[in-house]
Design a protein around this ligand. Structure first.
Ligand SMILES: *[C@@H]1O[C@H](CO)[C@@H](O)[C@H](O)[C@H]1NC(C)=O
Ligand SMILES: *[C@@H]1O[C@H](CO)[C@@H](O)[C@H](O)[C@H]1NC(C)=O
Ligand SMILES: *[C@@H]1O[C@H](CO)[C@@H](O)[C@H](O)[C@H]1NC(C)=O
Length: 367
């Protein structure tokens, strides 16, 4: 005979086991919920007269409708660059590195995505309008710049593409504090030739990320904002490549999905999973360490190739320009192969996280 207390213990253990099994099941359900839908949006002509961007009243304060139609020439890729209103210097560095004439030679275009910043003490709206008069490469929405408004900016860029640049073969989304070796773009795009007709997003794929649940953290995510315990795989918003078909699908789904302010997660993770968009990992081109790019800059002086093409500027606003100026000579065949890869030969200290809102984010500025 088993004593009563032993029976009670067994019952208790069973209950605990059942609860654990149930919780695991629930967790699993989160995943099913995220991954088990599939849509293909066809004929979703963008509604140009639409006065809304997700849930906010919307209009363009600055637009450049003719960026992609001013010539009959074929367009290989359009860069949409999320840029904070006040980051005049980083925009300038990118323009200096690759002015419009040079972009056109490579069948590329570039547009900067801005919001408004009525409280910025250094830069006001007049300055931005003058900047645009000179360069004609700014798209500005009427929403206020804020971390929690980043998704508006990102979606504005995608919508803008479907309306004004749907003749481009590829779309490249990037942040303005990311340095890209512009001379490598064409070869990176060539490597995607096999998947270019599919729905895809190519970039640095991040997996097994979890929401930050500490209220004191700047990247705190509440259960209302995101109820599940894990994030789906997603592509870092630092830099990714996609095509117009994919962008049209994303833009169409936006109206059916609740707003989530971590923009790359929302678009390349949550929406992309529902649309069964292929996430293609090209992380070999990336570094999360700005030091590696600094090392490459020094090594360019010794005529060595850099084995990294995309990384953060580490707060050096002119890095984009300096890096590309040096990278140009390698493009013209003047450089030698490295014997040691950059992560073997360069000492790096701080490691930045490629996903916004995912743990340790050091010097991340407002995009
Ligand atoms: C576009 O949006 C406007 C305003 O929301 C609406 O009145 C109009 O019917 C829409 N047009 C199409 C073709 O969906
Ligand atoms: C986001 O933009 C909207 C529209 O401009 C604005 O009302 C809101 O205050 C902004 N959010 C934040 C956190 O500033
Ligand atoms: C992406 O590729 C890198 C190496 O090229 C690898 O370390 C990483 O695990 C890959 N990520 C995913 C999600 O497959």
């Amino acid at each position: 005979m088993i004593s009563f207390s032993k029976r009670l213990l067994i019952v208790l253990i069973c209950v605990v086991i059942l609860i654990l099994v149930y919780l695991t099941y629930l967790n699993h359900q989160d995943y099913i919920e995220i991954f088990d839908l599939s849509y293909e949006f066809k004929n979703n002509r963008p509604n140009i007269s639409s006065q809304k961007l997700l849930d906010i009243p919307f209009r363009y304060l600055i637009n450049n409708e003719f960026l992609c139609t001013d010539e009959n020439s074929e367009i290989l890729a359009v860069f949409i660059v999320t840029s904070y209103f006040g980051n005049v210097e980083t925009r300038s560095s990118m323009r200096q590195a690759f002015p419009l004439e040079d972009l056109k030679k490579h069948k590329l275009r570039r547009i900067f995505l801005l919001g408004t910043a009525p409280t910025d003490i250094y830069i006001n709206q007049d300055v931005i309008e003058k900047e645009n008069e000179k360069f004609r490469d700014i798209i500005q929405g009427n929403f206020i710049e804020a971390y929690r408004n980043l998704t508006y900016k990102h979606v504005m860029g995608l919508k803008w593409i479907t309306t004004f640049c749907s003749n481009s073969k590829y779309i490249i989304k990037m942040d303005d504090d990311i340095v890209v070796n512009m001379y490598m773009i064409e070869s990176i795009l060539m490597s995607l030739n096999n998947i270019r007709h599919r729905k895809f997003i190519a970039g640095y794929v991040l997996t097994n990320m979890v929401p930050i649940r500490e209220p004191t953290n700047k990247w705190y995510v509440t259960k209302e904002e995101y109820p599940f315990s894990r994030y789906p795989p997603f592509v870092s918003g630092w830099f990714y490549i996609t095509n117009v078909r994919t962008v049209k699908n994303l833009v169409a789904l936006v109206n059916y999905e609740p707003y989530f302010w971590i923009d790359d997660l929302y678009i390349t993770g949550i929406l992309a999973a529902k649309l069964k968009i292929t996430l293609y990992n090209i992380s070999k081109h990336f570094t999360p360490n700005s030091e590696f790019l600094q090392c490459c800059l020094q090594d360019f002086n010794k005529d060595l190739y850099c084995d990294i093409n995309i990384g953060p500027n580490g707060g050096d606003n002119n890095m984009f320009y300096h890096f590309n100026k040096q990278a140009k000579k390698c493009f013209h065949g003047k450089c030698k192969r490295r014997l040691k890869s950059i992560d073997e030969s360069c000492v790096a200290e701080q490691k930045m996280n490629l996903g916004k809102g995912l743990g340790f984010v050091n010097s991340l500025k407002l995009k």
